[in-house]
Design a protein. Sequence first.
Length: 98
Amino acid sequence: MGDMARSLARRRLVAIGAFYVMYVMIRWWMMCSYHRLRRSIESRALGKKYLMSYHNRRENMMRMVYESDVTSIVNIRMNIDAFSTLCDILENRGGAKE
């Protein structure tokens, strides 16, 4: 009778372990599917504009910064007075040059 009780307890433990492993695998698969679907939707929503390569982004940044002072001021999205103060601080304390 004792062996039968131990055997039943062992079977129950194995069944619980197998159920837990299946639960973890299904949860992992669902999370991967969710992230893949979300990434697909976001990439379609953003379009190709934001999916540029490193070199294209770098070239775009250089064009925005070095094209002209007017373009730089338009693209900083910062209050002009605050930007002027920041430039003065960088020149005086940071050693930045014009």
